[in-house]
Design a protein. Sequence first.
Length: 266
Amino acid sequence: MVEKLTKLRKIAQKPNYRKIGNLMARYITRDMALPLTWLLLHTPITANQVTAFSIVIGIAGSLFFAVNCAFAYIFAAVLLQFWYLLDHVDGQIARYRKKESITGLFLDYIGHHLVHALIPIGVGLGAYRVTGNIIWVILSDAAAVGIILLNLLNDCRYKAYYGYLFKWKSFAVAGRAAEVEGLPAGRVKRLARYIFSYMHKFCEVHVMMNVVTALALAYPLFKDGPLYFTAFYAFMAPFVSISKLIYAAKKGSCDKDFAETFKRVE
């Protein structure tokens, strides 16, 4: 017998789910996912199966933007929102059944990267179908490459950590207070860094998803929205990712972050 939602929340949610992640996840999506989690817990459906299904939904939602009509845009936006909801359901199922696994996390990350990169591609293809100008395909590809590089910067940092730890085997987790993504908020004092932190935020998948949802709702009145979206991210994503790459290489931020995260064991 599956517990009621109030008790299920304590079992299936992360202990600090109100404190970690973006605002949408903390205060909206995680709670909205609970009723669907409750229903699926009455079935033999596994967390990994939910993850696999969510990836299909996310890919379909991203590519439906290529149709570039009012109905297709709204349908694509609904699919993306459903993908993001399922992205929280799988973890809740895994925690409830005590089936959390590295494989589940691996599939989850694969889904994030695929959908994140495909959103600008779908929108750009839709813009191309309307205008017939190949420049929108080129710009959408540039946006997708920028998104991929941005995600690679984060993933390769942890791959470097793993390789370094595996090589030396003389480190333990130091216990950081919170994971820093982009520029630390406490140090954002100058206007340039403040602006950059928001540029980085606009490139995150949940923000991009909500931007295209807004475009879908406004599509009947603002049919040029996909063009502006494609042009915006064709500049924004490469600029943010290349800037972070240069910063990491020049300032040695990965080494500083590693030192804060791990301590050497004598």
